[in-house]
Design a protein around this ligand. Sequence first.
Ligand code: SAH
Ligand code: MG
Length: 190
Amino acid sequence: MLENIEDYARINKIPIMEKDGIEFLIKCIKDNKISTILEIGSAIGYSAIQMALVNSNVLVTTIERDTDRYNEAVKNIKYFKLNDQIEIINDDAFKVLIDQKYDLIFIDAAKGQYIKFFEKFKNNLNENGVIISDNLHFHGLVNSKEKIESRNVRGLVRKLRNYIDFLKNNEEFDTEFVDIGDGISISRKK
Ligand code: SAH
Ligand code: MG
């Protein structure tokens, strides 16, 4: 069934996490004994399901603004009988008020707004928690010196580069960058 979700994502061009990225995320959850997770950007629920499947103590809150994707995610979560472990919210993450704190915050939504997501949700992180961000390479474009034709893509790449600088120069958090999947960062409070 996970393969069915992967096929659905490929056919419908939904950017779910790459396999080795998921493996890394799963290992991180195990190594850090993470039990509560806030995910920004559920898409069709693939990464939320993978994280919840690590063990039955893992609780995921995930936010998706697109209603079609949200509906598909609800279906997938139900199929895996993970309703007790995954709470999914259909809204724009910037409009959602969350007061709970989490062991892991996984940022995987609009690539141009990572600094804003980080600033908003860092307050929801437990003292020893980690913030993980996905797609920092943006399919190799972030490190490429070639001129990017599309203005839109150029803007996103510039913003991701700004986000990387923001993490590197952050006074509150130390960040490790890993060349796995589409580029992942792990930030911890200093
Ligand atoms: N984490 C998923 C993939 C997420 S793709 C996985 O690996 O399986 C990114 C998703 O973020 C898209 O579905 C998009 O609709 C959603 N998104 C983008 N900006 C958002 C926002 N401000 N609030 C909520 N969801 C957002
Ligand atoms: Mg991603």
